[in-house]
Design a protein around this ligand. Structure first.
Ligand SMILES: Cc1cc2nc3c(=O)[nH]c(=O)nc-3n(C[C@H](O)[C@H](O)[C@H](O)COP(=O)(O)OP(=O)(O)OC[C@H]3O[C@@H](n4cnc5c(N)ncnc54)[C@H](O)[C@@H]3O)c2cc1C
Length: 553
């Protein structure tokens, strides 16, 4: 296989040779560095690479070039190599144009000239971009293969699980994919129960559960130790942040996640307001980076494993896990976040996973191609999903119970929805039934005047009110009426410390009504429901964990 290409373009010969020199120094072993002295020459080289079947990992273009600017070149190169990362080299005076380019030409990053020293100004950015490209690019596929029916909820569960855990897989749809038949023949037995999974080493799993597949895919489900300094429940942004800070500061740390690290944020198609990522980043990408960072510091991540209970014995907190085992720890960070409330309308239960999805199921976007889909909800998550799905579906219809889209949604999302010709917003409208035998075929929508209309639909994505995943903590810590967990000053009852409080200090800011049990992120009473605040709380909580542990010793 030819090495993937980094293509750099600049009309100034001095700058071009300096860029090429620095690129070769760092990347020549893994990538072929191709240079061009104008936008037109770069475009021609790009087309030739495509024709020869080579892969471009990164375009690095100077903005100021006569004839064709860097942004213009990147915009034209994008459809030829859509997965390639696109970076712009700009002078300080062109920063404004570069920021605009993030939107207009989907530029991933801009770098300022000069970039000395490259170890600080160039390589960290390019390393990141190339790592992202590698994560999305799979030249020869050597991962897990899943064979199933298009609308099978069981196949959906396996795909969704692997995608969210960043395990590469290919899906073969028996109805539409000719290769699916070949794979079935390789299995060799007639009419197996589906879905069928072929592992990397050639073994087969017949209709496995998510847990069985997790074991075979090499995910860790059993704790290596029986006792930890810190156990974190939930692997969303808050839990992952606590894990990174805990382990990097020397605590023996375990993180237990019942589905896949990333949490709600991991299902987001594009987080645009997280500091330091001016062109936004996908939730999957954020999760992948955070998991790599946590593992690097030695965090043990158990997934998929659910914490189902907790018992307290003196300074020890024992977490009870879904497989019946227990983990002991001195400090627990509860970072269990929220999950969507189930919608109770006729037809919905039997079609969940077969066209009805709670939250953004990005893996299913492709199967909605050129068909109408419905979204229920009007929060930011619903807005993001609408914009993402509009790239695939024929039409996205948002059903909003209230009389305005902007009541709960950020203005930048409202603006994009209003500008999209593929998204229709129906205010004061609700879904009243879902129809279909094997998968969703139609939904009944109730309009503001009470009339009902049966509309064809390929899928229904539900983003209605979410509730905290704290049922397992009832009777252990104080919960408020909605199930959120009060912390710090909120746990005082009539100005007195909570019942059973057995240490001689006040509860810390993020501590629940039980010493040593901390709460961060969306599940905390009064929390701000944002990625950045979840990350902030997860990081801060570790300071309180240290103080708690110091008093135990
Ligand atoms: C589609 C979507 C888009 C969003 N976009 C944005 C955005 O652009 N910007 C922004 O700032 N915010 C956004 N948000 C909100 C943001 O994602 C959340 O505020 C954030 O993820 C909260 O983090 P958390 O760690 O507290 O909880 P979560 O992300 O909810 O993570 C909690 C984790 O705990 C796990 N868990 C729960 N119970 C247990 C248990 N008993 N045992 C083990 N594990 C358990 C869950 O499986 C989950 O992985 C979005 C949310 C969604 C759904």
């Amino acid at each position: 296989m030819a090495k993937p290409v980094i293509l750099t373009v600049d009309d100034d010969p001095n700058v071009l040779s300096a860029v090429a020199r620095d690129l070769r120094r760092r990347y020549a072993e893994q990538y072929r560095i191709v240079r061009a002295d104008s936008g037109a020459a770069a475009l021609e080289a790009t087309r030739e690479l495509r024709q020869r079947g080579e892969a471009v990992a990164l375009f690095l273009a100077d903005q100021r070039m006569p004839g064709m600017s860097g942004v213009e070149f990147l915009a034209q190169a994008m459809p030829i190599f859509p997965q390639a990362r696109r970076a712009l080299l700009t002078a300080y005076a062109d920063t404004e144009a570069a920021i605009q380019a993030i939107n207009s030409a989907a530029v991933h990053y801009y770098l300022l000239k000069p970039w000395d020293p490259p170890e600080e100004q160039l390589y960290p950015v390019l390393d990141d971009l190339l790592e992202e490209w590698q994560a999305s690019h799979s030249p020869i596929f050597e991962g897990i293969r899943i064979l199933g029916h298009r609308w099978s909820p069981e196949a959906h569960a396996l795909k969704d699980f692997l995608a969210r855990n960043h395990v590469p897989y290919l899906y073969f749809d028996l109805e539409t994919d000719p290769q699916a038949r070949e794979l079935l023949e390789q299995y060799g037995q007639p009419a197996p129960t589906l879905p069928l999974v072929r592992l990397v080493d050639g073994r087969w799993l017949v209709a496995p559960t998510v847990a069985e597949l997790a074991d075979q895919a090499g995910l860790l489900r059993q704790a290596a130790q029986t006792h930890y300094d810190l156990a974190i429940v939930g692997g969303g942004p808050a839990g992952l942040a606590a894990a990174v800070y805990g382990a990097s500061e020397g605590l023996r740390t375990v993180l237990i996640e019942r589905e896949a690290p990333g949490g709600q944020a991991g299902t987001s198609s594009r987080i645009e307001n997280y500091l330091g990522f001016p062109s936004g980043l996908s939730g999957g990408d954020l999760a992948r980076r955070a998991v790599a960072q946590a593992r690097r510091f030695g965090v043990e991540i158990l997934s998929p494993v659910e914490v189902v209970g907790m018992r307290i014995d003196g300074p020890y907190r024992f977490l009870q896990l879904s497989d019946g085992s227990e983990i002991s720890t001195f400090a627990v960070v509860v970072a269990v976040g929220l999950s969507y409330r189930k919608l109770d309308v006729p037809g919905i239960e039997q079609l969940t996973g077969a066209g009805v999805y709670y939250g953004a199921s990005l893996t299913e976007a492709l199967s909605c191609q050129a068909q109408p889909v419905f979204i229920v909800g009007a929060g930011n998550s619903a807005g993001q999903a609408a914009i993402y799905l509009a790239e695939y579906a024929e039409r996205v219809i948002m059903l909003v119970r209230g009389d305005s889209l902007g009541a709960k949604m950020s203005q930048y999302l409202v603006d994009r929805i209003e500008a999209s010709p593929h998204i229709e917003v129906r205010l004061n409208s609700t879904v009243h039934a879902v129809h279909g035998s094997a998968h969703v075929e139609a939904v009944t929508v109730r309009a503001p005047d009470g009339s009902e209309e049966r509309c064809p639909a390929a899928a229904l994505f539900i983003f209605t009110g979410a509730m905290p995943c704290t049922g397992w903590l009832t009777d252990i810590v104080q919960l408020d009426r909605q199930g959120f967990i009060p912390t710090g000053p909120q746990v005082f009852e009539d100005g007195r410390r909570p019942k059973g409080w057995d240490v001689d200090r006040e509860p810390f800011l993020l501590e629940s009504s039980v010493p040593g049990i901390f709460v961060v992120g969306d599940a905390r009473a009064g929390s701000v429901k944002r990625v950045a605040s979840a990350v902030g709380e997860g990081s801060i909580a570790v300071q309180f964990v240290h103080q708690h542990l110091a008093r135990l010793r």
